[in-house]
Design a protein around this ligand. Structure first.
Ligand SMILES: Cc1cc2nc3c(=O)[nH]c(=O)nc-3n(C[C@H](O)[C@H](O)[C@H](O)COP(=O)(O)O)c2cc1C
Length: 207
C-alpha cells in the first residue's frame, strides 16, 4: 500500500498557502506517495470548550462533547504516514483555525511521552508511529518580523505527538491572490519540501 501524506491548510481555498502545499504534494505524489489536502476552513471545527472531565482524553476525540469534524480530523491525522501543515500569517501568527486544530486534536490528547510514562488510553494504543512532517508559513509582509510567530506557532501543533518536522518554509512578501506562483524561488522551495517529506515518509528506517 502506498504511504500517505495528509496536508492540513488554514489558508484560503486556492490561496497562496494552498498553492505551495499543492506543489509540495504533487512532488510527493510523483515519488509514489498517496496525498490528501484538507481545508481546515471548510471543516466544522469549533474551539475547545475546556470541559471539566475532558472525555476526549479517555475516549479520544470521538468522545468530545462537540459534535463536529474534530473526530474526523483526528482520524485523518492518526491514519497518515506523513503530516503537512500550512497557514497564512495573520497578525504575526498562524490563522485562528490552526489554534483550534491544535487544541482539539493535539496537545495532551496525543502526548506520546505521557503515554509511554503512564500508559496509553485504549483509543491511542498502537496508533503512535514514526511520522515525518513539514510546515509552511506564508506571510504577506515585506519583512520577516511580521511573520515572526508563524512557524514557531505551527511547531506547537507537532510537539506532543512527536511529529518529526524534517523541513519548513517561512514565506514573506507573498500577499496578493495568485502571488505565490510568481515567486519562482518559493515555488522551487516548495518542490524540495515535498520531495524531502516524501523521502522521509518512504524511509522510516532513517529516523
Ligand atoms: C487578517 C489578516 C491579517 C494579516 N496579518 C499579516 C501579518 O501579520 N503578517 C504578514 O506577513 N501577513 C499578514 N497578512 C497577509 C497574509 O498572510 C497573506 O496575504 C497571505 O498570502 C494569505 O495567504 P492565503 O492566500 O493562503 O490565505 C494578513 C492577512 C489577513 C487577512
Amino acid at each position: 500500500m502506498p504511504r500517505k501524506i495528509v496536508a492540513f491548510s488554514a489558508g484560503k481555498a486556492n490561496g497562496n498557502t494552498e498553492t505551495y502545499i499543492k506543489i509540495a504534494l504533487e512532488e510527493a505524489r510523483k515519488m509514489g506517495c498517496e496525498v490528501e489536502l484538507i481545508r481546515l476552513n471548510s471543516c466544522d471545527l469549533r474551539p475547545c470548550k475546556a470541559c471539566s472531565n475532558m472525555p476526549c482524553m479517555t475516549k479520544g476525540p470521538a468522545g468530545c462533547i462537540l459534535n463536529d469534524d474534530g473526530a474526523w480530523l483526528a482520524e485523518k491525522f492518526l491514519e497518515c504516514d506523513g503530516f503537512l501543515l500550512g497557514s497564512p500569517v495573520w497578525a504575526l501568527a498562524p490563522a485562528g483555525a490552526v489554534s483550534d486544530f491544535r487544541d482539539r486534536i493535539f496537545g495532551p490528547k496525543t502526548d506520546v511521552a505521557g503515554n509511554e510514562l503512564y500508559g496509553a488510553p485504549e483509543w491511542m494504543k498502537g496508533r503512535t508511529q514514526y511520522r515525518p512532517g513539514a510546515l509552511i508559513s506564508v506571510g504577506g509582509a515585506l519583512t520577516e518580523n511580521w511573520t515572526a510567530l508563524g512557524l514557531p506557532t505551527l511547531y506547537t501543533v507537532t510537539f506532543s505527538a512527536q511529529i518529526n518536522i524534517i523541513d519548513h518554509m517561512n514565506v514573506t512578501a507573498v500577499a496578493d491572490p495568485g502571488e505565490a506562483l510568481t515567486r519562482k524561488d518559493y515555488v522551487q522551495r516548495a518542490r524540495y519540501l515535498g520531495q524531502n517529506l516524501a523521502y522521509a515518509v518512504k524511509h522510516p528506517e532513517i529516523d
